[in-house]
Design a protein around this ligand. Structure first.
Ligand SMILES: Nc1ncnc2c1ncn2[C@@H]1O[C@H](COP(=O)(O)OP(=O)(O)O)[C@@H](O)[C@H]1O
Ligand SMILES: [Mg+2]
Length: 219
């Protein structure tokens, strides 16, 4: 599903040069659930941003679904394949839960009836039916993360990237979110999760360790 070949990324300023990723080679299959671990500053977010086509790599090649991604086409590929779930949810506070989940479908010009049906299914799957008309300011952290995941799923992309999605959650909610991610992987979604928490990482099919911009463990 995703392949990185010899990917390098350097952040350059007037007075600094950080080699955030050094010659990364990585292959992730469709439906795989991969966790990325590593100390702070090791390059986890940069790696996720390369896979998520948010930022451009300096060297190397990225393949998605067997096709080489040209840098000039990264936006198109991102829209087609990628969804991000963030630790801080990034919900729109003045919109209801329903409207937040609807957003990616509006952006994709999904017809109203189909939007309604999809949101109903997602609310039910994530156990948050009763929150439909609530504002994000009125719900708990665990509920917010479920809404953020529902919104991510509304895009219905094949690849879901999550940067510390359980970082702000308690144990019980963390376990629920992991269960949801596992279910998604079982359905064929490809999931890449960055986490500091070994218990969270152990729920993945594979744990990749990155240190100093290099993959040091990739079983
Ligand atoms: N936009 C940026 N400009 C300059 N340096 C950056 C930028 N983003 C990240 N870095 C540096 O690149 C390295 C890797 O960062 P990052 O990928 O955010 O690591 P992690 O997510 O593992 O904490 C760090 O040394 C960080 O300071
Ligand atoms: Mg990070």
């Amino acid at each position: 599903m995703i392949e990185l070949k010899n990917i390098s990324k350097t952040y350059k300023g007037k007075f600094y040069e950080v080699h955030a990723l050094k010659n990364i080679n990585l292959k992730i299959d469709k439906g795989e659930f991969v966790a990325v671990m590593g100390s702070s500053g090791s390059g986890k977010t940069t790696l996720l941003n390369m896979i998520g086509l948010i930022d451009k790599w300096d060297e190397g090649e990225v393949y998605i679904d067997g096709k080489k991604v040209e840098k000039k086409n990264i936006q198109e590929y991102r829209k087609k394949y990628i969804t991000f779930v963030f630790q801080h949810f990034a919900l729109i506070e003045t919109d209801t839960v329903y409207e937040n989940i609807e957003l990616p479908m509006l952006a994709r010009k999904v017809p109203k009836g189909k939007r309604k049906e999809t949101i109903k299914t997602l609310l039910s799957e994530l156990g948050i039916n009763e929150l439909s008309r609530q504002l994000p300011t009125k719900i708990s952290g665990g509920q917010k993360q479920r809404v953020a995941i529902a919104r991510a799923l509304a895009s219905d992309t094949e690849i879901i990237l999550a940067d510390e999605p359980t970082g702000a959650l308690d144990k019980e909610n963390t376990e629920d979110i992991i269960k949801i991610l596992r279910k998604l992987a079982a359905k064929g979604k490809t999931i890449i999760l960055v986490t500091h928490d070994i218990h969270v990482a152990e729920c993945a099919d594979r744990i990749i360790q990155i240190e100093n911009g290099e993959i040091v463990i990739n079983p």
